[in-house]
Design a protein around this ligand. Structure first.
Ligand code: IPE
Ligand code: IPE
Ligand code: MG
Length: 252
């Protein structure tokens, strides 16, 4: 296991936290136990992200498709989010973490909506690490909402550009993810950051989310650091002007 930091640190890392259910089933435990273990893991990954110099961490916590799970599991997942906010907010705030929510608050119980808003409001001036929590998030849903607002704002057709669309997404103002990690071995996007991830590097690991630790994150970052990001250019062009971290001043 490599313990030193890789050469290129991704500025924005996004994680599809998958495999809680299978982690539990493997241990003959109820799926909810996997979700609980998954939240225990959040703290150490957030801490590791800060330590490694990652600036933005986006975590997929609940998708628009997850509403289709059995009602009991949905209720439990909602309760767990509430519990995590109650339990972790002081410490995250103290560590300089800015919490943001991406997704739709509509459709979530009013008490939980208030908690999410409070967490974002309280930490909005923190600058050490931005943690985007994708909760009731779907990439297609995000684009539908963006288009509706663009139309409602009366934007003329010729003013619609890629930059404009980006600015109407939940991630407005943030750079696209450099690295998207998915745990549990699945090789799909599951409606996560489908616009923003158009040129992200993907990394999949068999490890279930509750077992994904500091060393696992470091391993993913080393893998990322060895990638050649070409953004459509030839290998020769890319070698002539390294473009590993697109906006990294040190690279220029
Ligand atoms: C990820 O774990 C957590 C959520 C989607 C909320 P899963 O619950 O999807 O776990 P598996 O994929 O069934 O193992
Ligand atoms: C994706 O995981 C959503 C989250 C991690 C929150 P799922 O387990 O819901 O994805 P699919 O349905 O297997 O693609
Ligand atoms: Mg899953």
């Amino acid at each position: 296991m490599e313990s030193v930091l890789p050469e290129h640190i991704p500025r924005h890392v996004a994680i599809i936290m998958d495999g809680n259910g299978r982690w539990a089933t493997q241990r003959h435990l109820p799926r909810g136990e996997g979700h609980r273990q998954g939240t225990e893991n959040l703290r150490r990954i957030i801490r590791a992200a800060t330590e490694f110099g990652i600036q933005i961490l986006t975590l997929y916590a609940f998708s628009t498709e997850n509403w289709g799970r059995p009602r009991r599991e949905v209720r439990l997942l909602m309760r767990i989010v509430e519990m995590v906010i109650d339990r972790e907010l002081d410490e995250l705030d103290g560590e300089g973490v800015q919490i943001r929510h991406i997704g739709e608050l509509d459709g979530i119980a009013p008490a939980l909506q208030r908690k999410v808003k409070t967490a974002c409001e309280r930490t909005k001036n923190n600058t050490r690490l931005i943690v985007n929590v994708a909760f009731n998030y779907g990439g297609r849903d995000e684009i539908v909402h963006a288009v509706r607002r663009i139309v409602a704002d009366g934007v003329p057709a010729e003013a619609v550009t890629e930059e404009l669309i980006s600015s109407y997404l939940y991630t407005s103002g943030l750079p696209d993810p450099d690295l998207i990690i998915r745990t549990s071995g699945e090789m799909r996007i599951s409606n996560f950051l489908i616009w923003q991830g158009s040129y992200s590097e993907y990394y999949a690991t068999e490890t279930y989310w509750p077992d994904f630790d500091r060393a696992s994150l470091l391993e993913a970052m080393h893998d990322y650091s060895r990638r050649k990001r070409r953004f459509g250019k030839t290998p020769e062009q890319a070698a002539a002007e390294p473009i590993v971290d697109e906006d990294d001043d040190e690279e220029a």
